[in-house]
Every structure is written in structure tokens, then in C-alpha cells.
Ligand binder design. Structure first.
Ligand SMILES: [Zn+2]
Length: 983
């Protein structure tokens, strides 16, 4: 969003002119009000409130007949009554608790409104759900919820009953606000909308109230809202405060990505959305965002998600065009649809609706920003999908934003109410067609074979499916599909269930044609490979006849077992890269643990390299019962053996971990924190300044993890700039910020001192881990020698799932893994394990980074220098070599270092094998490239991931690469079994 402040606009003359034209506008509209067909004849207007609506609207064309007045209702308070300002008053933003306070006051005064608690955020703030309808409907809300639930799962109703329910039903429209904290207008707007729907007696609003049920979550990201209001209001109250204009942190973990969590449901707000959806089954969910001018209504360019019922997509368009048409008829400029977004990935929050046979929509209204009125410039010209473009330049206010969002929403709500039977029938039809999916379009089911080596990962993925409302079954006996036998206890996800589409979307592969319009976000997400879990897509409907039972709790058995007779010398826990094992190791750091450096057998049982060995003589107390309890909790079996395995043994040292954040953006490392927190891996959360200022990092930490960072190495070194200190801390004016991290001055980055401190840390035996973008740091500054970043400007590999192969099985980083792994990778960096150069640096030195020198012929032709023989000098070499033997002078190359790097995981070597899900063009640039490399420096290591192993909590299968590196930070030099230790 472009924000343009324009001080010259507010010169004295223009202020005078502005006031005059404002007065003119108000009087025109008040006249207009008298004949407004939208107001009810017998209802009084709240004149004070209405006057303020007009005052804060910058121009009449940003008003509509739905919002150019506010009705008055005896005893029912308006936002002005409760909060002292109208919705969309200039220069005011309301805290989440203020918005909730208003909603409760409204519910107390009106029998048409109810407020329900909606859960608690990570920082302990409340989320709420407001429900509005006519009195009778509110009293019988349970009945309408039940009708929706029956139509959502038609397995237990007859066609006749369905028809009756469709007639009786009241469709539900759920509007959600303030998902993105920098987008501030929706909570203000939703208070007014709630009031209007509750009290307005016009035919237009009564149609909504009597025929539909309106649900409102005014603030989804309650933690972020309060931080944003802090910043916006503090800058007003104290102009010297110099706070950043946009809050650095929104929720506890992530910022803008908080609406990309539907494939993980890791955030509290996502859980709230999913739970609420499954409780009410609203037909429409509408998430309110702000960016483009003046009102963009979602449909998108396509390619549309290929797992949705086409009715869903059709309904997106129906609603969008209804609203575009209505507001355009009223003369509102810049209301448009198509473009902006694609409609492909199901990671968005509103896929709680789209993925479950309802529809999910969104608005992008021109931003309300910090609530101030300002001149904005727009560049969205007229186009085939935008015949009524936004104004090139206009004065914009938060009230304009409130007007447009509210008007569009009311049109949508009225449209749903007016066509209630059609939308309820569509809802039922979509549910029925989801049940039929197994037998019509297929597949019939997905199988999770019982013998998967990673039962912990399996159960984690199945739990996620259950949170999505998907039914999980377990086979009661062994069965065969297409000549493959599956053991008893295999899990089956049937595609003849109501939410088969969501499950299929999560487990299927995706193919995105790279010549389609530019995608908005990730293009591939198949969760089986990303969880390192084996899933089998089955077309054969016979699988549905396998005796199976519906699962409630999915647990992984564990405990202790005796593998050998005699007193236990040690306990062995096989390393299968199941994440709960990492929790176990970090939580039980009081136990002395070892790991086998190679695979071994005891009796007939094979233990993988990395198998945890806990010796009885090294650990005091009742080891057996400790391990028994832990095994049950974390889903592993500890096998008691009478003699130590004949394998090389390494010592596990549970490290002191620091996770680094910048002061520029904390979002992407927020996903790292979620992964570490869920698995209870302790860490210190430090900033780049802590590295800059501490020359003795090694005294404090064993592992420093730099999560994915945006920008290049130099941005990380430079950090934020500014003339005076930029604080991020809790004060009286800003009580809600500074809780994740706090500083008096956000300016500056790592600085060169920080680089040197990191170098000393590594040389001194520390492990430095970098993910994706932050890997440019060690490469650029020579901390990771022998690795360069390849220039791949022809490659197209947007966020998706790629096949990687374990190359170096002897490295502890690969312990527990099989031969292959599905990894998340997004475009860059692509590593080269050669003696290459950083292209930008090379270009600076006047080099040609890629391809041949410009000259005659084609790209593969040799260069021909003019006016000299082609083989100039060649004869002399040949004669010399003939006389002296064939030795050649070793080439000295600038920057060439003996390679100290070790590739642990690399991308698949054949381009046809590379892509699991997503899109790929010119994939040759990625084939065989290192995906995880370990570079030695002094006594320590830099382990760099070109993949992102902790992305949006979707990549559980890659987590253990990180945990292995951590717990083996001292053992990373392990290559092949050295001298055998006696056991
Ligand atoms: Zn947004």
C-alpha cells in the first residue's frame, strides 16, 4: 500500500475551501436523506452520528445509500455512545477490548445480538464471535446450527428431509476483521455494521435480519491489533516517539503470514476460525483486508484451486459481480474484481470455508492506515476487468474505507438472504457431491500404511486432518489394493466423506503450469512428503469395503521392552526422525545419551545410524521407568539390551541454542519459533544487536540459528536506518508492544563487528545454522567456503515441494532419514558446491557471470578472437608437453578455496524427478544442487539450508535435519566409523 502524505494540501486556503465544500456536501446529503429509499419511513435518524459520517467522508462518491445515515433505536447504543467516536472517525483506532466492549453493550441492549467467547490468543487476549439475526432466530440459534450441520453432512438425511431443511434454514454469513494488523478499518466498520443490522428497519436490512444469520469476528488478530493501535495512537499523542509506522510484531509468532496457516492450523486464530466454522457451518466466510484502491472484491485470475467443487468458484463470481454492480450503479469509483490474487493455494484462512463446501471471500479496501486523512495516488488504470477504475488521486479517510467495506458487505449479505434457498441448496449439493467424490471423480481414498517408519509423523499429520474435520479410519485387518498388501492398522482417509475435498487438497500433488498468470503465493504443498510420511492415493473403490473403524484419538504406542535376556546394560531408541524424539532429548538433558554413528543389528532388529543409546551405568535413578514414561508420552520404544551395540558411539551434548531475529522483519523466523515451541526445544531469542555487541558468543551458546531472512547479506549487516532512535518497547503509551523483543533503538544491523563475532563463535566450535535467504550471510562473508550462490534467473521454482536425496548418510544431520525427502523450496538461494563466485561481487569486478562472452554465433559456440589464428599458442603447449611429460600447472584462481564443504542433502539429479508439487521451468538449474550443506570453519561448522526446513509449520518432515545438527553440533565431523571403541 502506498501512503502519501501531502502537507501542502492542508495550506490555509485549501483548508478553507475544503471546509466549505464539506459543508456543501453535508447539506446536499441531508436533503438527499429525506428521500433516501433505504431508510425506513417510521425510523428516526441518529442525527449526531449521521452528521459525523458525512463529516469524515471526504467526498460524496465514497458514500452509498446504505451507510449515509445511521438509524436511531431507543435504548440501543451506537459506537459513538459507548466509545465516544463513530466508526471511522478521523485519527482514532479502537483497541480490541474496546471493540469487544461495544459488541457486548450492543448485545446487552438488543435481543437480536449475542456475543460468544471465541478462544484466547497466544498473548492471552480474547477473541469473540458476534451473532445477529431477528429475535426469534437468535432464540433458536441451536436449531439453525443443527440444520446447517445436517446439510453439511447429508449421510443421515433423506432427500425429502433435505428439501424441508433447505426451506427452513437461514444461511449464515460470517465477516471477519483485522486479520492483518496494518489493515485497520474493519473492526471499526464491523461495530457499525452490527448495530445497523440489529436495529435498522429498512426493507433492505430487515431482509438480511429476517432471512439470514450474520456472524462477526471483529478482530481476528487481537494481539496484533493492539500493537498496531499502540503504535498509531502513540505517534499521535507524542510526536517525538518515532515509533515504526507499522508494528514489527503482530501476533506472537507471525505477521502478514497469519492468514497462510490453514494447512497447519498452528496459530490460535486459525484454530478459532476452524472451530467456529465446524460449529456453525456458515455458507459464506468473508475476510476483510486492505490494500488496493478503492475496493477490490476477490475472485482472482486463476488458475483456481483444482480440488474445489466448481459451484464454489461460481459463487465467488456471483457475489463479486453483485457487489461490483450495485456500488457502481451508485457511482462509487474503483469497485472491481478479477486480478490481484490467483485462487490457487488452500493455505489461506478462508479455506476453512472454501475447503469445506462453503465459500471464502475477501475484500481489499483502500487502507485506513493509522486513521489519518491523506491524499493517495493510485496506479490501477482502466482495464477489461476494471471498467470503473479508482481515481488517480484522491483525498482518502478511514471513514471512506468504512463506507466502502460496509456497503459491499451489506450488499453481499442481502444477496445471500434474498437467495437463501438457492445458496442452501448449493451448500447441500456441494456436501453431497463431496460424499460422491470417491465414486465419481476419485480418488477413492488415501492410505497411510501401518508400517511407515515414522509413526509419530503419521499421527501428527492425521491429527491435522482431524482438526480440519476430516474423518480418519483404521483398517481392522490386512488388505490388498492393486496387488499391494497393506497391514492391519493402516489408516484410511475415505473420499466419501463430507470434507473429502479438503483432505484431497492436502494430500494430492499439485501441478502449476508456469505460463499461467503469476501466482500469489506457494504453488505446491503436498503434506505427505513434507511430513516425511508415506501416503498412497488409491483409485480402486474396493478399498472402501475394507473393515475399518473411525478413529478418535490417534496415539503412538511406546514404552520399554527387553530385546535381550539379562540385566540391561543400555536402552536403545531407534532414530527414525520422528520429531517427538527431539523433544525427548532436549527435555531429558539430565540423561547422558549417546548415538550410534552407524547402523547395527541386535538379534533380527535393525537400528539406524543415530540410534540413541542410554547406558544404565551412566545414569542414576530408575532409568527404566523414566524411559517407560517418556516412551509412552513421545511414542517410542526403548529396547533394553544386555550388551552395548558393536557400533561407533558418539556423545550427544544438548546444546544451548540462540535464535536470531532482525529488527526489519520477524515474520519468517516466527515460523521457526512455532516449530521449536511446539516441540519444546528451548532457545534464547536474541537480536542481531546481541551478536553485534557480544564478542564472546561462544561462552553463551553452542548453536546460533538464523532463520530465513529477507534481503541480502548487506541488508542484514546494515539493518534499519534513520536520523534518530526508533524504539520498540513497552511504555505507558505503548503497553502492548515489546513483549517478544524490546529495544530502545531498532536501527542498525549485524554490522561488521557482528560478522567477526560470528566468525569467532564458529571457529571456536560453535554451530551456525542458516535457512534459505539468510544463507547469503555466511557465503558472502566467507564463513562458508567452497559454496556459492548460483545465478538462476531463468529458473521458475516458486514455493513448492521438491525431491531431495540424502547424499551423505554418514553425517549426523541425516540420521533417521531414508534415501529421499520432500522439501519446501522457493526460488532461491540455489547453492553451488563449486569454487564459484557470488555473481553480484563478480559483476562488480567487471566479470561476466554466466554464459559465454558476447560475440559471434550461438550461445554454445566457441568464442573467436578476430585477426589471429584460432589455435594461437596451442602448438607450443603440445611441443612442451611432449618433451616434458603431460603435467599441467595447477591453476590459481581468484577466490578459489579448497572445498571445506560437505553436501548432506541435494536436489534430485534428474529434472523429471525434481518436482513433487508446484511448478518448475528450467529446472536443470536446480538439479543436483546442494540443499543442505555443512561447511567447516576452524573448530566449528556452518550448516546452510537452501530449502526452508521450518516453513509455515507445513514442513514437519524436515525439522529433524535441524534437530540432528543441533544435538550433534560436536559430532558434525563424523564421516565414517573411526576406530572401534570396545564395548
Ligand atoms: Zn491483508
Amino acid at each position: 500500500m502506498i501512503m502519501q502524505t501531502s502537507s501542502h494540501y492542508f495550506s490555509k486556503t485549501s483548508l478553507y475551501l475544503k471546509a466549505f465544500s464539506r459543508l456543501l456536501l453535508i447539506s446536499c446529503i441531508l436533503v438527499f436523506l429525506g428521500i433516501n429509499p433505504c431508510t425506513a419511513q417510521n425510523q428516526k435518524i441518529d442525527e449526531e452520528y449521521t452528521k459525523k459520517i458525512l463529516e469524515f467522508t471526504t467526498d460524496a462518491h465514497f458514500l452509498t445509500k446504505y451507510v449515509n445515515y445511521l438509524p436511531s433505536a431507543e435504548g440501543v447504543p451506537t459506537p459513538l455512545d459507548v466509545l465516544g467516536h463513530i466508526a471511522g472517525a478521523a485519527d482514532v483506532l479502537s483497541y480490541s477490548h474496546e471493540v469487544h466492549k461495544y459488541m457486548r453493550a450492543l448485545a446487552d441492549a438488543s435481543p437480536r445480538v449475542k456475543v460468544f467467547p471465541g478462544g484466547t490468543s497466544e498473548e492471552g487476549r480474547e477473541m469473540i464471535l458476534v451473532v445477529i439475526s431477528d429475535e426469534d432466530t437468535i432464540q433458536n440459534l441451536g436449531k439453525y446450527k443443527e440444520i446447517n450441520a445436517k446439510l453439511a453432512d447429508p449421510r443421515n438425511i433423506s432427500e425429502e428431509e433435505a428439501k424441508r431443511l433447505i426451506r427452513e434454514a437461514k444461511p449464515m454469513y460470517w465477516a471477519t476483521g483485522a486479520m492483518h494488523s496494518g489493515e485497520t478499518g474493519s473492526p471499526e466498520m464491523l461495530m457499525e455494521l452490527a448495530y445497523r443490522v440489529a436495529v435498522d428497519e429498512s426493507d433492505f436490512i430487515r431482509a438480511i435480519r429476517n432471512n439470514a444469520i450474520i456472524m462477526i469476528t471483529p478482530v481476528l488478530e487481537v494481539d496484533g491489533r493492539d500493537k498496531q493501535v499502540d503504535v498509531a495512537m502513540a505517534n499521535r499523542k507524542d510526536p517525538d516517539s518515532n515509533l515504526p509506522r507499522r508494528a514489527l510484531y503482530w501476533g506472537k509468532y507471525v505477521a502478514h503470514d497469519n492468514n497462510r496457516d490453514n494447512l497447519a492450523l498452528s496459530l490460535e486464530l486459525s484454530k478459532h476460525i476452524m472451530r467456529t466454522f465446524l460449529e456453525y457451518h456458515p455458507q459464506v466466510m468473508h475476510d476483510l483486508h486492505e490494500s488496493g484502491p478503492h475496493l477490490y472484491i476477490s475472485t482472482g485470475t486463476g488458475p483456481y484451486n483444482a480440488w474445489l467443487d466448481p459451484i464454489v468458484i461460481d459463487e465467488w463470481h456471483q457475489f463479486a459481480y453483485q457487489e461490483v454492480n450495485d456500488l457502481t450503479r451508485q457511482g462509487v469509483p474503483g469497485v472491481w474484481t478479477h486480478q490481484f490474487y490467483d485462487g490457487w493455494a488452500p493455505n489461506y484462512a478462508f479455506y476453512a470455508a472454501n475447503g469445506h463446501n462453503a465459500i471464502g471471500r475477501f475484500y481489499e479496501t483502500q487502507g485506513a492506515g493509522d486513521g489519518s486523512t491523506r491524499v493517495v495516488s493510485n496506479r490501477d488504470d482502466r482495464a477489461w476487468y476494471r471498467p470503473n477504475p479508482p481515481l488517480r488521486r484522491t483525498l482518502w479517510s478511514i471513514r471512506n474505507n468504512v463506507n466502502l467495506q460496509q456497503s459491499g458487505l451489506l450488499v453481499g449479505m442481502n444477496y445471500l438472504a434474498a437467495n437463501k434457498e438457492r445458496f442452501m441448496e448449493n451448500f447441500y449439493l456441494k456436501s453431497k457431491r463431496s460424499l460422491a467424490k470417491a465414486r465419481t471423480e476419485g480418488p477413492a481414498a488415501y492410505i497411510f500404511p501401518q508400517d511407515d517408519p515414522r509413526p509419530g509423523q503419521v499421527s501428527r499429520l492425521l491429527k491435522l486432518l482431524q482438526w480440519q474435520g476430516v474423518e480418519v479410519h483404521k483398517a481392522e485387518k490386512a488388505f490388498t489394493v492393486k496387488k499391494t498388501e497393506y497391514p492391519k492398522g493402516s489408516y484410511i482417509i475415505r473420499m466419501d466423506q463430507p470434507y473429502s475435498r479438503m483432505a484431497d487438497m492436502m494430500l494430492d500433488r499439485q501441478y502449476f503450469n508456469t505460463s499461467d498468470p503469476r501466482p500469489y503465493d506457494d504453488v505446491g504443498w503436498t503434506l505427505g512428503p513434507l511430513y516425511n510420511v508415506n501416503t498412497v492415493r488409491v483409485e480402486d473403490i474396493e478399498v472402501l469395503s475394507v473393515p475399518m473403524s473411525l478413529m478418535k484419538d490417534i496415539t503412538v504406542p511406546g514404552g520399554t521392552e527387553n530385546l535381550e535376556r539379562g540385566s540391561a546394560k543400555a536402552f536403545l531408541i531407534n532414530h527414525n526422525a520422528d520429531n517427538p524424539l527431539a523433544t525427548f532429548v532436549f527435555k531429558h538433558n539430565n540423561l547422558k545419551m549417546h548415538a550410534a554413528a552407524e547402523s547395527f543389528k541386535v538379534k533380527d532388529m535393525t537400528f539406524n545410524a543415530g540410534t540413541f543409546i542410554i547406558k544404565t551405568d551412566e545414569n542414576s535413578g530408575d532409568l527404566k521407568s523414566v524411559l517407560d514414561e517418556a516412551g509412552k508420552k513421545f511414542g517410542f520404544t526403548a529396547y533394553a539390551v544386555a550388551s552395548l551395540p558393536k557400533a561407533d558411539i558418539l556423545e550427544i551434548d544438548v546444546p544451548r541454542v540462540a535464535l536470531v531475529h532482525t529488527w526489519q522483519s520477524t515474520q519468517d523466523e516466527g515460523w521457526v519459533r512455532i516449530a521449536l515451541d511446539e516441540l519444546e526445544i528451548p532457545y534464547d531469542y536474541i537480536s542481531v544487536h546481541d551478536i553485534r555487541d557480544n564478542p564472546r558468543l561462544r561462552d553463551k551458546y553452542d548453536v546460533i540459528l538464523f532463520g530465513p531472512a529477507r534481503g541480502n547479506a548487506l541488508n542484514l549487516v546494515d539493518g534499519l536506518s534513520g536520523d534518530k532512535p526508533i524504539p520498540w518497547k513497552k511504555t505507558e503509551l505503548t503497553p502492548n508492544i515489546g513483549c517478544q523483543a524490546s529495544t530502545d533503538d531498532m536501527r542498525g544491523g549485524l554490522e561488521l563487528e557482528g560478522i567477526l563475532h560470528l566468525r569467532d563463535f564458529i571457529k571456536d566450535g560453535g554451530l551456525f545454522l542458516t535457512f534459505a535467504g539468510s544463507s547469503s550471510l555466511p557465503i558472502h562473508f566467507g564463513l562458508a567456503q567452497g559454496i556459492s550462490i548460483k545465478d538462476t534467473q531463468d529458473m521458475w521454482a516458486r514455493g513448492g515441494v521438491f525431491k531431495a536425496e540424502v547424499v551423505d548418510k554418514t553425517s549426523p544431520i541425516a540420521y533417521g532419514y531414508g534415501k529421499e525427502l520432500g522439501v519446501y523450496f522457493n526460488s532461491s538461494p540455489v547453492f553451488s558446491a563449486g569454487r564459484g563466485f557470488d555473481r553480484r561481487f563478480f559483476m562488480m569486478m567487471g566479470g561476466v557471470a554466466r554464459g559465454r562472452a558476447s560475440g559471434r554465433g550461438g550461445p554454445d559456440d566457441p568464442d573467436i578472437v578476430q585477426a589471429r589464428p584460432r589455435d594461437m599458442g596451442q602448438k607450443t603447449i603440445e611441443e612442451f608437453q611432449k618433451s616434458r611429460g603431460a603435467e599441467e600447472e595447477p591453476q590459481r584462481r581468484f577466490g578459489a578455496q579448497p572445498s571445506q564443504s560437505r553436501t548432506i542433502l541435494r536436489f534430485a539429479q534428474k529434472v523429471d524427478d525434481l518436482l513433487i508439487s508446484g511448478g518448475l521451468a528450467n529446472g536443470e538449474e536446480l538439479t543436483g544442487a546442494p540443499a543442505v550443506v555443512d561447511c567447516k570453519l576452524g573448530e566449528g561448522h556452518v550448516v546452510m539450508f537452501s530449502i526452508n526446513p521450518m516453513w509455515r509449520h507445513e514442513t514437519h518432515g524436515s525439522f529433524f535435519l535441524v534437530f540432528n545438527a543441533m544435538m550433534h553440533y560436536k559430532n558434525l565431523d563424523t564421516k565414517k566409523p573411526a576406530s572401534k571403541k570396545s564395548s
